[in-house]
Design a protein around this ligand. Sequence first.
Ligand SMILES: [Fe+2]
Length: 180
Amino acid sequence: MPTQPKSSSAATQNSKLMEFFVEQLQDIYWVEKKLVKTLPKLAEAATNTKLKKGFTDHLQQTQKHVSRLENVFEIIGQEPKAVKCHAMAGIVDEGEEIIDETDTGTAQRDVGLIFAGQKAEHYEIATYGGLIQLAKTLGYNEAGELLGQTLAEEKEADSLMTQIAEEEVNQKASREKAMA
Ligand SMILES: [Fe+2]
């Protein structure tokens, strides 16, 4: 049996809120593992070199996110378990559709990849933001700090994509002709 953390009372350990916290961790754990498989496809599909590098760098961060979550599961005395997140599965499907519907080497494809990437980041930002608050409420301060490190990296990845869209790909895409 896992020992109860000193800062978290037995009452909070058995609460509905605790159950919800665990469910949301299982959701984001699935998400991070899915993104480890998806980011190489996005990097491969991207044309702009900064965008390609952004996806590749974020893959390395995402691998860390997976192991941080494993640490969080350990802190709260739970086995890591991934439960399918239909929202992220849908976002990833959209990303694949964008790849199918755009031509290789176009800035338009990069615009689409940034949309998919930012939708994914915003889902993660929302989830980590909420999880950090729940970790604090439940007395898991160390877990909250780990989740906070990941949140900061998600926000950076999101701003980088905004910057690439504004400075590199959107204008270029606006000069590409629509298909007949
Ligand atoms: Fe992540």
